[in-house]
Design a protein around this ligand. Structure first.
Ligand code: PMP
Length: 406
């Protein structure tokens, strides 16, 4: 029913064949970063071995080839996100960098007494930049509350929105709970009061088809490394109208039209927001990850991971004393849980002894952990190469570890 063979997919990830602590690796920390298909790592080597050059600068052949490959990724991302223009895709260091770009540049459109809205579910990278901006502009940060399942309270959100609201920022999928937020609806509500919308898409890109025009978001922030691509590279999608209005984030080479000691004029999009030599290798190799995902098919990925979610939710419910957090109706294949009476770190450490990689702690969402009234959780976050057999191994390992800690 999934339209692809997980066995074949796993063969493309050499690291999945390794052992950890004498056991086959069961990697369930994909929310932190995914592993990389060989097509992507081969693309890095091919870039250095065949066309390594700086982009947008040289008249020479290799520079032209590198520039073409670099710009091809931009076009692939445009198509992947269904953006209207490729120059609406800005390369950044990742989601954090993309959010900071807007938190800095958008500040020109925020005045004393204005309001920025975020949600309880946010990663620190979608909290701290707005706090910094609000402190600088004497604006106020408001927070959309959620219910105990991790579902945002849209009535409360509606009552927070007002003409004072200048921007609303929230994630598409929560990295700590896996909850999928109703982006389209929340965006429409923000637009009704004239506020711009930034969506943190770090966790959605690996799992579902994102269509920025259908969602109608103003900004969408992503990281390559969470979608089978290299680290150190990501993108910011922005509507042309906004990107043209916003001042550049950083100054330097590549982002200028003309420079004198008296005055500088800026380059057109996308270069206005891309100061300095970019992460060329990362951009070029990212295209291989995008192609790789598209070969499997985003719908196939979503369907298969939904099967893993259903299977895992059922399997974990058999574990004694296990409490699952984030049980809203729309979820990605992510299990955030605690075991009654045990510290998440102790459970995670023993799981590691059995070769199972999970994340424990606050997941860079301390305010959310406070809301749930827990010090942290154990998080098993799945990707397309995970299997039901691995979920069985997780459950078996938990059943072994829990009595050891009791
Ligand atoms: N937002 C969310 C929801 C995330 O999961 C992450 C990564 N854990 C980030 C933002 C930050 O991404 P990066 O570290 O790649 O900048």
């Amino acid at each position: 029913s999934t339209g692809f063979s997980v066995t074949e997919i796993r063969k493309q990830f050499p690291v999945l064949e390794r052992e950890v602590n004498g056991r086959p690796l069961v990697y369930m920390d994909n929310g932190a970063t995914t592993h990389k298909p060989k097509a992507m790592t081969d693309a890095i080597t091919a870039y250095y071995e065949t066309i390594n050059s700086n982009v947008h600068r040289g008249v020479h052949h290799l520079s032209q080839l590198a520039t073409d490959a670099f710009e091809l990724t931009r076009e692939k991302l445009r198509a992947h996100l269904n953006a209207e223009h490729s120059y609406e895709v800005i390369f950044t260091k990742g989601t954090t960098d993309s959010i900071n770009t807007i938190a800095s540049s958008f500040a020109d459109f925020v005045n004393e007494g204005d309001e920025i809205i975020i949600s309880t579910l946010e990663h620190h990278s979608n909290i701290v930049p707005w706090q910094m901006m609000c402190a600088r502009k004497k604006a106020t940060l408001k927070v959309i509350p959620m219910d105990d399942r991790g579902v945002l309270d849209l009535e409360a959100y509606a009552s927070l929105l007002s003409p004072k609201t200048k921007l609303v920022a929230f994630n598409h999928i929560s990295n700590a709970l896996g909850i999928i937020n109703p982006v389209k609806e929340m965006t429409k509500m923000a637009h009704e009061v004239g506020a711009a919308v930034l969506v943190d898409g770090a966790q959605s890109m690996p799992h579902l088809k994102v269509d920025v025009r259908d969602l109608d978001v103003d900004f969408y922030a992503i990281s390559a490394h969470k979608m089978y691509g290299p680290t150190g590279i990501g993108a910011l999608y922005g509507k042309e109208e906004w990107l043209n209005k916003l001042p550049p984030y950083q100054g330097g080479g590549e982002m200028i039209a003309t420079v004198t000691f008296e005055e500088t004029t800026y380059a057109d999009l996308p270069h206005k927001f891309e100061a300095g030599t970019p992460h060329i290798e990362g951009v070029i190799a990212w295209a291989a990850s995008i192609d790789w995902m598209n070969e499997i098919g985003l719908e196939n990925i979503t369907t298969y991971e939904a099967e893993l979610l259903a299977y895992g939710t059922e399997a974990l419910s058999s574990v004694e004393g296990l409490q699952l957090y984030g049980t809203g109706p729309e979820k990605s294949a992510l299990f955030s849980f605690n075991i009654e009476g045990l510290h998440p770190y102790d459970v995670g450490t023993l799981l590691d002894q059995l070769g199972i990689a999970v994340r424990t702690g606050h997941h860079c969402t301390q305010p959310l952990m406070n809301r749930l009234d827990v010090p942290g959780t154990i998080r098993a976050s799945l990707a397309v190469y995970n299997t039901k057999d691995e979920i069985d191994q997780l459950v078996a390992a938990l059943n072994r570890v829990i009595p050891m800690l009791r």
